[in-house]
Each structure stands twice: as structure tokens, then as C-alpha cells.
Design a protein around this ligand. Structure first.
Ligand SMILES: Cc1cc2nc3c(=O)[nH]c(=O)nc-3n(C[C@H](O)[C@H](O)[C@H](O)COP(=O)(O)OP(=O)(O)OC[C@H]3O[C@@H](n4cnc5c(N)ncnc54)[C@H](O)[C@@H]3O)c2cc1C
Length: 426
């Protein structure tokens, strides 16, 4: 046992593995302004929160860890929820290692506010959680409205109408899986990653699916126009009724959804409307906390939003190494894992590894799309390969520099891009 004294209090470190894990402990004061860490609270018991807790223990931190979670479930994997979970009632999504953390689990009640000066996490009428260090990992919520801010409005007829659903959490997925048993006619609003994946999964059950996308092609933002057209062909080839350049304008029915109306007046019969319009960072509870909130909890390059307060995962907006420090919010599984661990290290003042190149995957009709780095409409795409069987490789550049690549089928090439991009982190 080693203790690091800071300003009269101490940080108890069970074991600092400097050789094996290659960690170099800096004094806590360098990144957390002299705060002693005996009680660490984690808001959000999801993937980033769990990874942060595991990393704290791995670093030898033996103080209190309190995990405050809005859901009543222990952390689980979300990616299967739009894929195999909907097909297989036996599918297990639990994340391992939650029992060995020696943590206090405060589940089923969200954090409702942050008293930064008093160092307390508020939980409505429940006892606040006092902390020395805080990791914010509250993720994102499914967007339900077309447009945000001043343009926000509920979709006419959808508020509380049974059969109008979103998919973000385990309870949503269980309800959706149960609803599929009645073999509904499904309309999906939004052909992004989630909507596209969902369409593919539901078509594998041979359900009638209409996919409504306001853009000219599906996945235009993350993949660009040309690849989006390839994905559109893929959807059509698998029997999806794809309505491009259209929005869902309203839903109606007696007792539950029966019709969906598009913005051109088309009325589609439907038993289920899945709203897959993306996600928004879960920030509401932080308003007035004094943290900088701007499309996410804004952090420095250590993942710190304030002294002793870190943010990680879908909720965080961090400087991107690949984009010269530009703030980005990433909704990727691998980013939540990496940032959760990084947040834990920053709180304890442990040196962080150089970081990992962001990566993502998505399953469509037996094709696995994978990406590394940053991709999408903001960057110049260059088609490297496009094969008649649908395999492709596209790289993305900014200012003449490669910043990302996406492929279906050229996985080995993608590793080369990963290595190339990793140089930016060296
Ligand atoms: C259906 C689906 C499929 C996906 N598929 C892929 C994929 O194929 N590939 C990929 O890379 N990524 C995928 N993702 C994205 C990936 O799962 C997320 O990026 C990842 O889960 C983010 O982890 P997180 O811990 O930041 O947030 P989350 O996993 O959302 O966890 C945040 C937790 O905080 C809780 N919370 C919210 N507000 C509060 C509050 N006020 N107080 C306490 N707790 C709160 C939430 O309930 C949640 O449990 C998918 C996501 C979904 C929803």
C-alpha cells in the first residue's frame, strides 16, 4: 500500500503498477488542483462509467466509488440492441466485471443536479452523493423531435401514442422485441446508423419496413453522398421501401398508431413507428452547474471539465487529436471505453496513454461497415475501392491529410489506416 499525501488528506493507492502497465503516476495536484480523492462519484452507470470505475481499481484506487444510474440495470452493451438482441430472446448483453468493483450502485434514480462548489451530486429528494472527484458519463438520449432549440416541436399526434417508439436502452429493446411478435408494419423515421441497422434487422425477420429519410441518401453525414447511394441500393435490394427526401410529419390512430403521414402528404399504414433521428447528449441535469455545456460537456485534453470533474463517452465533447484540437463529441463504443479509462487516469493524476484512433462498426445485411478516424460530409472523401459485390473502401481527408477511412470488406486495409492515423497520437 502506498499513500500519496495531498494537502493534509491522502490518496490511498493499493498498488501502482508502473512497470507492467507502463503507468507513471504524476502527483494528483497536477491535474486535479490539489484535491484529495477518497470518494469518487460516477454519474451514469453505462459503458463509459463502468470502464472508468474499472480503471480506477486497476490503477490501485481503493477509495469509495459510487455509481449513480438512471436505469435500474447494471451496465450493458447497447450495440446488440439494434441487432441480435431483437432476433434472439436468449441474447445476453450484460457487461462483465460489475460484481468485483467494490462499488456502491445507486441505480434507478438519475442525478438531477450538480453542486460543484459543495461537491455534491444531487438526486432529487434522495440523499445527495458527496464526492472529491466526479466522472460525468450520462451518455445520450434518443432524439424524439424533428429539430432542436427554437425549432423544437413534437411530431403531431405522436406524444404518448402507443406504437411510437425510440430505441436507446434495454427496456426500449425489450419492448420493441415483444412488439415484433405481432408482425407489425414498421415505419422507421431516419436512415442513420440506427435506422439503417434496424431496417436490416427487421427485414431479416421478413417484416414490411418503410425507411423515411430527409436526406438525399441514407447515412450521408457519416459516409458522404456516393457511399450513401450504395447503402440505398442495399436497402432496396433487401426489400426496404425507402423514401428519400421525405420527413415523417405526423402519426395518428385510435388508441395506437395506425397511420404515419409524410411531409408530402403520403399516408402510410403502420403498426409501429420507430423514431431513429439520432441522439442528444444527456445534459439537462447539468444546467446551472457552472460547467461549460456546448453540444456536450466540454473538457480539456485530459477529459477534465473542471478541477476534479471529468467527462467521458457520448456526453463529452473533447478536443480531437486528429482534428488539431477541435472539440468533437463521439457516439462510438470504442470512444466510451477509451474516454472512460482516460477520465479515471486524469482524476488520479496518472499519465494517460497517447489515446486511440476512434473506430466504429455497423451491421447491414451481413456486411460489417467499419470505420477508423473521423469520416463524413465535413471531410473530402476519396473512393479507393468499390467492387460490384458491394465491398468498398473510402478514405477521408482534411487539408490534404487523411483523417479517417471506412470500409465494408477491406478490413486489412483499414488496419493500415489505423496505423497511419495512430501517428497523430504519438
Ligand atoms: C441501439 C444502439 C446500437 C449501437 N450500436 C453501435 C455499434 O454498432 N457500434 C458502435 O461503435 N456504437 C454503437 N452504439 C453506440 C454506443 O453504444 C455508445 O456510444 C455507448 O454506449 C456510449 O456509452 P456511454 O457510457 O457514454 O453512454 P450510455 O451507454 O448511454 O450510458 C449512459 C448511462 O447514463 C444513464 N444516465 C443518463 N442520464 C443520467 C442521469 N442524469 N443520472 C444518472 N444516470 C444517467 C443512462 O441511463 C445510461 O445508462 C449503439 C448505441 C445504441 C443505442
Amino acid at each position: 500500500m502506498r499513500h500519496i499525501a495531498t494537502a493534509g488528506a491522502h490518496l490511498a493507492m493499493r498498488r501502482i503498477d508502473t512497470a507492467g502497465a507502463g503507468l507513471a503516476m504524476r502527483r494528483v495536484a497536477t491535474t486535479t488542483a490539489g484535491l484529495a480523492m477518497r470518494r469518487i462519484a460516477i454519474a451514469g452507470a453505462g459503458l463509459a462509467g463502468l470502464t472508468a470505475a474499472q480503471e480506477l481499481r486497476r490503477l490501485g484506487y481503493d477509495g469509495e466509488i459510487s455509481l449513480v444510474g438512471a436505469e435500474r440495470h447494471r451496465p450493458y452493451r447497447r450495440p446488440p440492441l439494434s441487432k441480435e438482441f431483437l432476433l434472439d430472446p436468449e441474447a445476453d448483453v450484460a457487461l462483465p466485471g460489475t460484481g468485483e468493483l467494490g462499488a456502491t450502485w445507486l441505480l434507478g434514480q438519475p442525478a438531477t443536479g450538480l453542486d460543484l462548489a459543495g461537491r455534491r451530486l444531487l438526486r432529487g429528494a434522495l440523499e445527495p452523493v458527496a464526492f472529491d472527484g466526479l466522472i460525468i458519463a450520462t451518455g445520450a438520449r434518443a432524439r424524439t423531435l424533428p429539430g432542436t432549440g427554437a425549432r423544437a416541436r413534437t411530431l403531431p399526434g405522436t406524444a404518448g401514442l402507443p406504437g411510437v417508439v425510440t430505441l436507446r436502452g434495454l427496456d426500449d429493446a425489450r419492448a420493441l422485441r415483444a412488439a415484433l411478435g405481432a408482425r407489425p408494419r414498421v415505419v422507421i423515421a431516419g436512415a442513420g446508423f440506427l435506422g439503417s441497422e434496424l431496417a436490416a434487422t427487421l427485414r431479416s425477420l421478413d417484416l414490411p419496413v418503410t425507411l423515411v429519410e430527409p436526406g438525399r441518401v441514407p447515412l450521408r453525414r457519416p459516409l458522404g453522398e456516393r457511399l450513401g447511394a450504395v447503402i440505398a441500393d442495399l436497402h432496396r435490394a433487401h426489400g426496404v421501401d425507402l423514401r428519400l427526401g421525405r420527413r415523417v410529419a405526423a402519426a395518428a390512430g385510435t388508441g395506437r398508431v395506425e397511420h404515419v403521414r409524410l411531409d408530402d402528404g403520403t399516408v402510410l399504414p403502420a403498426d409501429l413507428l420507430v423514431v431513429a433521428l439520432g441522439a442528444e447528449p444527456e445534459l439537462g441535469w447539468l444546467h446551472g452547474s457552472g460547467l461549460r455545456l456546448d453540444g456536450g460537456v466540454v473538457t480539456d485534453r485530459h477529459g477534465l471539465a473542471a478541477p476534479g470533474v471529468a467527462a467521458a463517452g457520448d456526453v463529452a465533447r473533447r478536443p480531437s487529436v486528429l482534428l488539431g484540437g477541435e472539440l468533437v463529441r463521439v457516439e462510438h463504443y470504442s470512444a466510451a471505453v477509451e474516454q472512460g479509462a482516460h477520465a479515471a487516469r486524469s482524476l488520479l493524476g496518472a499519465a494517460a496513454p497517447p489515446g486511440a484512433v476512434p473506430s466504429f462498426w455497423c451491421d447491414l445485411y451481413g456486411h460489417r461497415l467499419r470505420s477508423v478516424g473521423v469520416t463524413g460530409t465535413g471531410y473530402r472523401p476519396r473512393l479507393v475501392h468499390l467492387e460490384p459485390d458491394g465491398r468498398f473502401l473510402v478514405e477521408y481527408q482534411r487539408d490534404g491529410r487523411v483523417v479517417g477511412a471506412v470500409t465494408a470488406g477491406f478490413v486489412r486495409h483499414l488496419s493500415a489506416y489505423r496505423h497511419l492515423l495512430a501517428e497523430a497520437y504519438a
